[in-house]
Design a protein around this ligand. Structure first.
Ligand SMILES: NC(=O)N[C@H]1NC(=O)NC1=O
Length: 173
């Protein structure tokens, strides 16, 4: 995003403006923005990030599973059909997932399926902090974890994605 807003502007927003602006910093989870709005005023952009992270930490395991399931697969059907959110599309592109070989796509898709069969939610990784190879390695390695470990790791990745999305909206000064 070219134009970043100031923390003062954030603190002056109505709840509708806040939900519209921050409604997808956690993928498809406007409830987060609704809850975080009540934490105003924020001292800085990092304070906004902390409020969203605290929202995630406050959730029950069942609620965390709902959040994880709202995420699209990396390099999956939705990506091919152009059905991703603007944010997710940009992140997948930045990891190089728009420019993979058919072999790489087949590998990612089969690892994604295997992961979903084991855990019941999609494999989540902060695409902007990774490239195709590290995503494939992560898919392979994290498959061996327990469900508890993967719920925690998945939510930690959602926190990284969330922070980068907020930094695309609010000036860091
Ligand atoms: N599955 C998955 O990790 N999806 C997410 N990762 C990311 O950086 N953006 C997403 O939508």
């Amino acid at each position: 995003m070219a134009f970043l807003i100031s923390i003062c502007d954030v603190n002056k927003m109505t709840s509708d403006q806040f939900e519209w602006t921050f409604g997808n910093v956690i993928e498809l989870c406007t409830d987060a923005a609704t809850k975080v709005y009540s934490k105003r005023p924020f001292a800085s952009v990092l304070d906004v990030c902390s409020a969203f992270h605290e929202y995630l930490d406050s959730l029950t395991v069942a609620e965390k599973l709902v959040i994880l399931k709202l995420h699209p697969d990396l390099a999956g059907r939705m990506a091919i059909q152009g059905e991703l959110t603007r944010e997710s599309a940009g992140e997948q592109k930045s990891a190089g997932l728009n420019d993979i070989t058919q072999d790489q796509r087949d590998t990612i898709n089969s690892y994604n399926e295997r992961y979903k069969v084991k855990f019941g939610f999609p494999f989540i990784i902060c695409a902007r902090e990774n490239k195709v190879q590290s995503i494939i390695e992560g898919l392979n390695k994290r498959y061996n974890n327990t469900s508890e470990q993967e719920i925690e790791t998945g939510i930690n990745e959602v926190k990284k994605i969330c922070k980068l999305r907020i930094l695309d909206i609010v000036k860091n000064d």
